[in-house]
Ligand binder design. Structure first.
Ligand SMILES: O=C1O[C@H](COP(=O)(O)O)[C@@H](O)[C@H](O)[C@H]1O
Length: 232
């Protein structure tokens, strides 16, 4: 599918513009259907965007937020994406939003993934907005190169839902929405910052194996146009 590049002078300008665009999409979904869904990424990049979005005037009580991916750790862990979202997005006006976690205190990550798939099924097909990140190894969501279930996660025939993933670069076992869950979002964003990631993106845009740089699956096969937000 096509991609559109949105370039900003710095991270603060990007955060404001992305919050405007995401806020407008959520407002339009609320106007059309009385509710809106948003799946966001973790990591170090989205903090300023989360803080900007949290201050947007929206009927937040009608918005359900979840994660594109999560570590199999409780929200109190400093490695938790839920913790990051709680501290930076579910604040200010956005404190009224609903949040559905991917982590559940189940005996295994597989059991948590089943619970997460059930808990998100009624608002995730498709999401109104998905905001992806990308690691310097070309992973997005928890689609890690060398990941134990990478082929299954990227297979368009794998049904929407949450599955587990283990990979050398991932640290903890991950919980991740599958490619089929994310690729058809009403507004599909890839948010990256820094010259290093721009170079990684350029490599991903060149011919090569999807399994080596899983972001290629989104660049090449997403049903929705990919909106790439970048700042140095
Ligand atoms: O592991 C993860 O990393 C990516 C990118 O993180 P960043 O720190 O380089 O911004 C993120 O998109 C993903 O959600 C997260 O689990």
């Amino acid at each position: 599918m096509s991609a559109t590049m949105h370039i900003f002078e710095n991270g603060a300008a990007l955060a404001e513009a992305l919050a405007d665009a995401v806020g407008a999409r959520l407002a339009a979904a609320i106007a059309a259907r009385g509710m809106a869904s948003l799946a966001v990424s973790g990591g170090s990049t989205p903090k300023a965007f989360f803080q900007s979005l949290s201050r947007r005037e929206l009927d937040w009580a009608k918005v359900t937020v979840t994660l594109v991916d999560e570590r199999f750790v409780p929200p109190e862990s400093e490695r938790s994406n839920h913790g990051l979202v709680a501290a930076n997005l579910l604040q200010n006006k956005a404190a009224a939003a609903g949040f559905v976690p991917l982590y559940h205190a189940a005996e295994t990550a597989e059991a948590a993934a089943v619970i997460a798939s059930e808990a998100t099924a009624d608002f995730s097909a498709p999401f109104d907005v998905v905001v992806l990140g990308m690691g310097t190894d070309g992973h997005t969501a928890s689609f890690f190169p060398g990941g134990t279930r990478l082929e299954e996660a990227l297979d368009p025939a794998t049904p929407p839902g949450v599955i587990t993933m283990e990979a050398e670069g991932a640290g903890e076992t991950r919980l991740t929405f599958t490619f089929s869950s994310l690729q058809d979002a009403g507004y599909l964003v890839l948010h990256i910052e820094g010259n290093g990631k721009r170079e990684v993106l350029a490599r991903a845009e060149a011919p090569g194996n999807e399994l080596e740089m899983p972001i290629r699956a989104m660049l090449r096969r997403a049903a929705s146009p990919l909106q790439i937000y970048w700042a140095p």
